[in-house]
Design a protein around this ligand. Structure first.
Ligand code: OGA
Ligand code: NI
Length: 352
């Protein structure tokens, strides 16, 4: 096939390109088997927790808020936060930078194309265009972001305001992650001080995702069911589309709350907590009318740091349930395994 975006040497086609071509149907490689297709009409009867983070700074309210966070972590591994300290203009600027980046010509974006998951900056589509059996309706740019001075020179230099706008947001989310970790470790009865340095020196990978309107949203997904590998993911979204699985494996749609940020527990928290908390399984659905952008800030402890269950949470009734792993182990796993087939966390669970 000819046309902008079809690159014959590696068959790379972005979904932005398909959208520009106004394809009336999704190409066959995006069509999921019927059992994996989404239910786009889930009811919103379940109210998902929304937590006012300003209450954490008030001694009289802190313990009640920690109880709410603990409940959300136990039941869902997910909550939304408001009054999180990141100003709305910073949020809008980050989304604007993302919009402008994906609107660039394909040629411009291709300079950052990579299918190597170990690269600190890479543009791509689906999960990994080079190896995916089924493709997902997503384009992305991912970049390491902390400490920002180590990485920002590798970020997109177009649009010209990208580094500034995304950088301001990245720095603010890094601060928020630390506050959230302090709260969550407290709910587990763990000492934040013991991990503070590793949290401060941890890895921050920002995944900026673009899900253009899709001609057949009932046949495909923007991302398949998965959990994130790290401690926490802080997700900013421009509209609805995220679904998560509750502890009965029932899918719930996450309502869109302007200015709120979504917090998702990742595999490192599940392991650290020795299974008291579970990482949340989530997927992304599409819309026939609207493009959706999201900025997922995936935090983890330093790339080579092996994380195992906290000794304080292990006893005779609660034996060690997971093997240790580092972010690097996860990257090695996804370079040779399809996470749509088998979750990473299942590969490190100890058999009982
Ligand atoms: C991710 C992710 C969700 C979204 O990047 O890991 O789950 O809404 N993103 O884009
Ligand atoms: Ni995710």
């Amino acid at each position: 096939m000819e046309g902008e975006g079809e690159c014959s040497d590696n068959l790379f086609t972005s979904v932005m390109t398909l959208t520009k071509m106004r394809v009336p149907h999704v190409p066959q490689r995006y069509v999921l088997p019927p059992s994996q297709r989404p239910n786009l009409t889930l009811d919103l009867t379940t109210t998902l927790p929304i937590i006012d983070l300003s209450t954490l700074h008030h001694a009289s309210q802190r313990s009640l808020t920690l109880d709410t966070i603990q409940g959300a972590c136990k039941e869902l591994g997910f909550f939304q936060v408001v009054n999180h300290g990141i100003p709305l203009p910073v949020i809008h600027d980050a989304l604007a930078a993302a919009t402008e980046f994906f609107n660039l010509s394909l040629e411009e974006k291709m300079s950052l194309l990579s299918d190597n998951v170990h690269n600190p900056v890479r543009y791509g589509t689906s999960l990994n265009h080079a190896s995916d059996k089924v493709h997902y309706w997503r384009d992305f740019i991912k970049h390491y972001s902390h400490p920002i001075s180590d990485w920002i020179h590798l970020w997109p230099s177009n649009p010209p305001s990208y580094k500034d706008k995304m950088g301001n947001y990245a720095k603010a989310v890094q601060v928020l992650h630390k506050q959230l970790m302090e709260a969550i470790l407290e709910t587990l009865g763990l000492n934040f001080g013991n991990l503070q340095k590793e949290i401060e020196e941890g890895n921050q990978l920002m995944a900026i995702n673009c899900y253009p309107a899709c001609p057949e949203p009932d046949l495909t997904l923007g991302m398949p069911p998965h959990s994130d590998y790290g401690t926490l993911t802080v997700l900013l979204q421009s509209g609805p589309g995220l679904q998560l699985q509750d502890n009965k494996k029932k899918w719930l749609s996450v309502p869109f709350v302007e200015g709120a940020l979504l917090v998702q527990l990742g595999d490192q928290i599940e392991v650290m907590s020795n299974g008291q908390y579970k990482s949340v399984v989530h997927q992304v659905t599409l819309s026939a009318e609207n493009k959706r952008l999201s900025i997922a800030s995936l935090h983890s402890l330093p790339i080579n740091k092996k994380i195992g269950p906290a000794p304080e949470l292990v006893d005779e009734q609660h034996p060690v349930s997971y093997n240790e792993f580092s972010f690097r182990d996860f990257l090695d796993y996804i370079s040779s395994n399809d996470i749509a087939d088998k979750r990473f966390i299942d590969s490190i669970k100890k058999s009982v």
